[in-house]
Design a binder for this molecule. Structure first.
Ligand code: SAH
Ligand code: TYD
Length: 403
């Protein structure tokens, strides 16, 4: 397998088998549901996991895209804080620039940019999924309905201007042509401009065995080492990083288009710790693959045991990540009656591949005996809300299954 960044041969570590689209919820069973082979390879020289094959992005990001950032209050708060940080960077770093401009890639329903619009900052969202882009327009966020690429960066330069800051959350890991993406960011930024992006962090996925972060949309899992190599090649220098609690453990990367800013102690520490936790060793990924295999068997086994005891088992949060768990572990409606979810577009539908009904949140009453917390990354928010639930929560995560 070739590394998409370097073209080097890299080893395959896990074959998850035939997989539908993570967000491919169905209105009814269909005979031609789309499946692809989901396998991952690792470029352990730079700490980068990648999907070997990925469906065409147009199949995943379109007018019926199922993920809306505004479904989580925690994420709304998170993006308010991001906007505050961007605002203060604009003030500190670009104080004398009279034409400040911020671009967000994968701006979804506009939750982050809305805050900057309200502070009179000139900004633009770039978002290919029409339905979520429409919501952002309702909040006054100007949005270009397209996939970001080098061509689109030139279009933005022609129709708008160069950016002081480019921000992106949970989207760079979706974009297959990583070299084109890095070139596009370097092209669109002003000299001295900043690129801030955050994505699920490879170190957390390995540590928690959260293999459900691997699905059709997530073509990469990055580390500081891989970000430094990939973007450094195009003149964007990684100078800082910030570990985040979002999405079960993410990393925000800070990159500059200049040669003078020095790298922070934080980043030096993180780069060292990536070496010490084995992110640059093949054996770390082989161990990870074995833990995934354990989860695959044990997760199904314990649910079968609960069903055997006549317990009612339901899922909580029809996440795209749960598509990987359910299809990899071979768990369907015979084991999980339904999944509750607060997203209207998912309700009344069937989960991709396994066809478990998704129901609206009111169905969480009467309380089931067992709840599979598929939205485990929102645990705090959900536990605060479900204080009266006296049943048992379970997850597919290795440490929970080992308990
Ligand atoms: N930033 C939001 C949304 C993440 S979901 C958040 O963190 O909650 C990923 C988003 O990226 C989707 O809305 C998807 O439509 C968009 N996306 C996918 N490929 C893209 C591309 N090439 N350019 C811009 N956006 C893209
Ligand atoms: P999330 O884990 O953010 O993303 P992904 O789909 O990328 O894996 O998805 C959270 C899902 O859980 C989303 O469909 C909304 C749902 N949800 C609830 O049903 N209740 C809640 O309290 C929260 C926080 C989320």
């Amino acid at each position: 397998m070739k590394c998409r960044f370097s073209g080097k041969d890299i080893p395959k570590i896990i074959d998850f088998g035939e997989m539908p689209l993570g967000n491919g919820f169905l209105s009814e069973k269909i005979s031609d549901e789309y499946f692809f082979n989901m396998s991952v390879a690792v470029n352990f020289d730079i700490g980068l996991i990648q999907l070997i094959d990925q469906p065409d992005p147009k199949k995943m990001f379109h007018q019926d895209y199922a993920f809306f950032t505004r479904t989580s209050n925690f994420m709304i708060k998170h993006f308010n804080e991001v906007a505050d940080e961007i605002y203060s960077i604009l003030d500190d770093r670009f104080i004398n620039d009279k034409s400040k401009f911020v671009v967000e890639i994968g701006s979804n329903d506009g939750v982050m940019l809305e805050n900057l619009v309200n502070k009179d900052i000139n900004c633009l969202g770039i978002e290919p999924s029409k339905n979520v882009a429409k919501v952002s327009n309702r909040y006054g966020v100007k949005t270009l309905n397209d996939f970001f690429s080098l061509d689109i960066s030139n279009e933005v330069l022609s129709n708008y201007q160069a950016a002081n800051i480019i921000y992106a959350a949970n989207v760079f890991c979706h974009i297959p042509d990583i070299n084109d993406l890095a070139k596009a960011c370097a092209n669109l930024l002003k000299d001295g401009g900043l690129l801030l992006f955050e994505d699920p962090y490879l170190g957390d996925v390995l540590q928690k065995t959260s293999y459900d972060q691997i699905y059709d949309e997530h073509v990469y899992l990055f580390s500081c080492h891989s970000v430094q190599s990939i973007f450094g090649k195009y003149g964007l220098r990684l100078i800082d990083c910030k570990p985040l609690k979002t999405h079960g453990g993410s990393m925000r990367y800070y990159l500059v288009k200049d040669n003078k800013s020095s790298i922070t102690e934080n980043l030096k520490f993180q780069l060292d710790s990536e070496v010490s936790i084995g992110l640059l060793s093949l054996s770390t990924y082989e161990d990870f693959a074995q833990r995934c295999e354990f989860s695959k068997i044990e997760f199904k086994r314990i649910i079968e045991e609960y069903k055997y005891q006549n317990m009612k088992v339901v899922g909580y949060g029809a996440t795209s990540k749960s598509t990987t768990i359910l299809n990899y572990c071979d768990v369907g409606p015979e084991l999980i009656d339904f999944i509750v979810d607060t997203t209207p577009i998912k309700q009344g539908k069937l989960t991709p591949g396994k066809h478990i009904p998704v129901k609206d949140y009111s169905n969480f009453l009467p309380h089931p005996d067992i709840s599979v917390l598929f939205a485990w990354n929102h645990k705090k928010e959900i536990m605060d809300k479900e204080i009266d639930y006296k049943g048992k929560w379970i997850t597919h995560l290795y440490d929970d299954l080992k308990k």
